[in-house]
Write a protein that binds this ligand. Structure first.
Ligand SMILES: [Zn+2]
Length: 429
């Protein structure tokens, strides 16, 4: 029999979602409300969920026994006996947040609030390929776990990769910078090695999540995180949640065309991409040209010492008054501003946080970037818009990767699949 054909223009049906018991939905909602400190008493949780007291109390008891929630002290009284408040037991388990950069690796062991307990970072060329990179990462993880034998049980791993990632499968897809990584089974490899669930996302999404929960974007419902490092990417947070898009590549702004008449060919093969104007890679190339032509005496001096020039050299040269270096960073800010102005008009954020290695040149980058964003965006979109440099760019990626795993573990789809790993708790009367 022939399969049914779809009419022209018909929209294919969405793939079916796996069935899960309604109890998992309620448990995940209760944990989410307590974890975000929104609501902490049984009465409030009944009102918020619209569920009966018996059902909610049963579910809370179960979550307390598994060790995810605990009662604490007395809450505010509304007459009669004061209600007991609940708290999320962030100390119940540990997760690993792994940040794979193009030129570095970072691993953090955190509790379930993303608070780092151990950190290891080292320079590394991920262009060495995924097998060598994960061999190295597994060594780092083994050392971290061995250094904390008395820690709470490891319950999940989150990984941020510097390339597009299909979020559902956890696999990199056609990475423009990392050849050999396409479709690499990251989740399968780490699950087999450490026997816990693994989530994989684009590193910029992880950074955005880290910034949202623990950084400058706390309490912001709509914000954009922009990483300007070796490459460029953006993480979009809408209504307090990461917006990954249909396949997981929302916010991949590296190849936005900012000049269709450009003669610069990007590594993706197209011309005029933002990445070929404002990324660390592009700046390093420009710096080498300025050094060679002698337009920048300071960069020429550094190149003569035999070093490979980076964005950090340009920042330092510019800070020392090197005119060509200052102009190069201002020009990068200008190009970034053009791309971000389009995003601001589409997305209407209240905050843009700039992170990544190039953001260390913030004072020299921001004025031209802000100028273009405010000039080219709708007045209403920029009325309360702040553009700032991340205060903890070095940690946002690994903390965010850890929190990606925590969010996955606490989702309704997964909550009941791993809580047996936690130490069971005895509820006091
Ligand atoms: Zn490109």
């Amino acid at each position: 029999m022939k399969p049914p054909t779809m009419a022209r223009g018909a929209v294919p049906p969405p793939s079916p979602r796996p069935q899960r018991p309604a109890s998992a939905d309620l448990a995940a909602t209760l944990v989410d409300l307590v974890r975000s400190h929104a609501l902490t008493t049984t009465n409030d949780l009944c009102d918020a969920t619209g569920m009966g007291r018996t059902v909610v109390a049963q579910r809370i008891s179960q979550l307390v026994r598994t060790g995810l929630l605990a009662h604490r002290g007395k809450g505010r009284s509304t007459g009669g006996r004061a209600p007991r408040e609940l708290r999320f037991r962030h100390e119940a388990g540990t997760v690993l947040g792994v940040e794979v950069g193009v030129t570095s690796l970072a691993v953090a062991l955190t509790d379930l609030s993303g608070e780092p307990l151990q950190i290891d970072e080292r320079p590394w060329r991920s262009t060495n390929g995924p097998d060598a990179t994960f061999d190295e990462l597994e060594r780092m993880i083994d050392q971290i776990l061995a250094a904390m034998p008395d820690r709470a049980p490891l319950v999940g791993i989150g990984v941020g990769l510097p390339c597009p990632v299909e979020f559902s499968s956890g696999r990199p897809v056609s990475p423009p910078i990392l050849s050999g990584w396409d479709n690499y089974p990251v989740r399968e490899r780490l699950t087999a090695r450490f026997n816990v669930s693994v989530w994989v996302d684009n590193e910029v999404n992880a950074m955005a999540l880290g910034e949202l929960r623990t950084g400058l974007a706390q309490g912001r419902d709509d914000f954009i995180y922009v990483k300007v490092g070796t490459g460029i990417g953006a993480g979009l947070v809408s209504a307090g949640r990461l917006h990954r898009g249909a396949q997981g590549c929302a916010g991949d702004i590296a190849h936005l065309c900012i000049d269709p008449h450009s003669t610069r060919t990007c590594r993706c093969g197209k011309v005029g991409c933002l990445q070929s104007y404002a990324s660390g890679m592009a700046l390093a190339r420009e710096a080498a040209a300025l050094a060679e032509s002698g337009e920048s005496p300071e960069l020429a001096r550094r190149a003569a010492e035999g070093r490979q020039l980076t964005a950090a050299d340009i920042s330092e040269a510019a800070a020392a008054g090197d005119t060509a270096g200052i102009e190069l960073l201002a020009s990068a800010g200008h190009h970034l501003g053009h791309a971000l102005a389009s995003l601001v008009n589409v997305f209407n954020p209240s905050l843009i946080v700039i992170g990544g290695g190039v953001s260390l040149a913030g004072d020299l980058l921001l004025p031209s970037l802000r100028k273009v964003v405010y000039e080219r965006s709708l007045p209403l979109a920029t009325r309360d818009l702040a553009v700032v440099i991340s205060a903890h760019a070095d940690r946002a990626g690994m903390v965010g990767a850890a929190l990606t795993a925590v969010d996955g573990l606490l989702s309704a789809d997964h909550l009941e699949t791993w809580s047996h790993l936690l130490e069971p708790q005895v509820e006091d009367a």
